[in-house]
Design a binder for this molecule. Structure first.
Ligand code: FAD
Length: 398
């Protein structure tokens, strides 16, 4: 066990952020830029690896959180969507046609979003944090925290396999879908199997794409989720899907094989060659009802800040990181206690800035997947997805 006794030599920070994905790196960057002493730790030695993400993120998400689009991490520009129903009928929403003066590859135009390389994106975000003054320790796993009588806390770390304890006012759990940090503080973080999507994706050569994110709905292809074909830059593509295991008769690999061999895309896929296999879990669950405790808050996947309709969590993690970093800087620099009563302010800010919308999206998702009749459910999902991505989407108002 690490030596937990306070000593003059114990490293001390204002906050310690656990996990350097989009949520943690952004929290750290905004906290440091606003004057805090920040330690960011990640158990990985190479951020973003192995890749467990398709990397689709909107232009707006980057702009709102101060991330300049960079060739360092962008694999492909995205201009819209093609949404398919279970039979292969599609609705195309291409902003190069809808708003040609604003979107496109011509000079002065912009893309709607990007597919990013998560290895390079996560490293870029960490670099931006480091340049804002954050201390970063890789290959450092956080294993526990204790609240002290003096209002601060101690965090036990395993740094390059050596135990070390650091002191801080707040610990930020940004440790992803399998988060343990919330559990340390007794926060209920359990995800039901019926609300966890198992995702599998193949990076392939030999499949043509055209700057659109293609989304394929239908229980026969991806029960409790959807399948996708995304461009990955340099002529590569990604074929993937997410399924909810409690609605399945096979595993994600069985469904992906079935989709590739038997769907209306089979001709398009017939020359595909698999270059990489990636997978992971996405919480299609409600945001946590409590995302704070004494000296502790949660951001990103750890707090279930995921869009339950699309499964996207990069934008929401970036956003909650910005909210968290700015909030913690204001609270700590004010000298007020960092107890749960004051840290509730982070949760309140998050609800106002978009958390309430995430709750509404979760209810929409529940309504769809609680529909027993498969044809009706397929129809609802296709309509919701088509509506979600349309320029006059009612979901933009949520
Ligand atoms: C197959 C797949 C495809 C996806 N595609 C998309 C997509 O196209 N677009 C989109 O928006 N979202 C997508 N997502 C979701 C997206 O990847 C996540 O929502 C997003 O990464 C959440 O960011 P985060 O910072 O909260 O957590 P993460 O990115 O998971 O980062 C958590 C970090 O915490 C570290 N960590 C964990 N425990 C500890 C510990 N004890 N000590 C130290 N470090 C720790 C991990 O090493 C990791 O680096 C996809 C997910 C999957 C599985």
């Amino acid at each position: 066990m690490p030596n937990s006794s306070s000593s003059d030599t114990m490293p001390e920070f204002d906050i310690v952020v656990i996990g350097s994905g989009p949520g943690g790196a952004t929290t750290a960057r905004f906290a440091a830029a606003n004057g805090l002493r920040v330690l960011l730790v990640d158990k990985k030695q190479e951020l973003g690896a192995p890749i467990q993400c398709s990397g689709a993120v909107s232009y707006n998400a980057l702009e709102q959180t101060g991330v300049s689009p960079s060739a360092e991490f962008i694999l492909e520009d995205i201009y819209g969507f093609a949404i398919y129903n279970t039979k292969g009928e599609k609705k195309v929403v291409d902003y190069r046609q809808i708003k040609p003066d604003e979107y496109g590859s011509n000079e002065g135009n912009k893309p709607l979003g990007y597919v990013v390389d998560r290895r390079r994106f996560d490293r870029y975000l960490a670099t931006q944090a480091e340049r804002a003054g954050v201390t970063i320790w890789l290959k450092t796993e956080a294993i526990g925290y204790r609240v002290l009588d003096n209002g601060s806390c101690e965090i036990d770390l395993n740094k390059f396999n050596e135990a070390i304890t650091v002191k801080a006012k707040v610990v930020v759990g940004a440790d992803g879908v399998q988060s343990q940090v919330g559990k340390w503080a007794g926060i209920k973080t359990h995800i039901k199997l019926s609300e966890l999507a198992s995702c599998l994706q193949f990076v392939v050569d030999g499949v043509a794409t055209e700057g659109l994110l293609e989304i394929i709905t239908g229980h026969q292809w991806a029960p409790g989720g959807y399948a996708w074909v995304f461009p990955k830059g340099h002529g590569y593509a990604e074929i993937g899907l997410g399924v909810t295991r409690t609605m399945c008769t096979d595993n994600a690999q069985g469904y992906l094989d079935h989709f590739i061999k038997n769907s209306f895309f089979k001709e398009r896929f017939k020359n595909s060659r698999i270059l990489e296999i990636q997978g992971g879990g996405v919480p299609l669950a409600a945001p946590l009802k409590t995302q704070y405790a004494d000296n502790l808050i949660l951001v990103g996947d750890a707090a279930r800040h995921v869009n339950s309709i699309t499964g996207g969590g990069i934008h929401t993690a970036l956003n909650s990181g910005k909210i968290a970093g700015e909030f913690l800087a204001a609270l700590i620099l004010s000298g007020k206690p960092t107890d749960k009563n004051n840290l509730k302010g982070y949760h309140d800010n998050w609800l106002k800035a978009g958390g309430n919308s995430m709750w509404k999206l979760y209810r929409v998702k529940r309504k769809i997947f609680d529909t027993a009749d498969i044809l009706e459910r397929d129809e609802q999902l296709y309509k919701t997805m088509s509506n979600y991505f349309s320029p006059d989407s009612e979901y933009k108002k949520i």
